[in-house]
Design a protein around this ligand. Sequence first.
Ligand code: AMP
Length: 286
Amino acid sequence: MECYTTCDELRAALAQQRARGRTIGLVPTMGALHEGHLSLVDASLRECDHTVVTIFVNPTQFGPQEDYSRYPRTLEEDLAALAARGAHTVFAPSTEEMYRPGHVTFVEMQGVALPLEGQRRPGHFRGVATIVLKLFTLVLPDRAYFGQKDYQQSLVVRRLVADLNLDVQIRLCPIVRDADGLALSSRNRYLSPQERRQALLLHQALQHVVSRVAGGERNCQTLLSEIEALFAAAPGVRLDYASIADPETLAPLERIEGPAVCALAAFVGTTRLIDNTLLAPPQGRA
Ligand code: AMP
């Protein structure tokens, strides 16, 4: 496995791979890798000849009050995990390498970037879209792998690709969870043992919605009120938002008559976690 820190080195190495006819898979990450990230690496290794993993804690996607400076940075462990998995190339640039002095170009998006995380984290998707576009133009991947864990991000990236005519296939991989259901996240490291138990409520609330929909409930306001009640009754957790929305546009739904996504964000102590599930009413029932 090769690890590069400069754009020029990365470009030169990948040009050689492309010249040999190899397809390239890209897995963008912010490091502090866990099995969720590694599942994306596995998917790329299955589908592409050459897998590139990027590790970059992107400052432009963090708000001023957010956890940029304390975000976990575990490069040595990450490299060991990626080598063990069989990744071919790692790109771990410095902040200055990705944002040279004088950098003023950003990708602004409307539509699917506006609600939910876009509303709660102003500027977040501007930072995400900008770094993803930069990584796409550096790596020129055939396919890029994203997790359903950040469902809205995957829609933003698909929109970016469509709107800017980028020649890359976007692959969405399922959420990897701990045995008890908590979605794996680099931010889970912030949780105390007690908070780790309290954090389970995100998954439990989603499971509650899944079973209510399977049982025939269609009214989104009813379901959202039930989520709010679950959070209101639980100590140590505070719901930031809950949404049941169209899975393509994220427009809120009144009733679940077709595919939908239920997305949650909640604070567990001071740690903000997100989770989601796709919903579909069972066939043949009203
Ligand atoms: P991050 O390092 O948080 O920016 O995440 C990098 C990529 O890994 C994103 O596409 C995430 O959606 C994905 N990812 C993070 N956590 C999980 C998980 N639990 N299961 C699947 N994918 C994940």
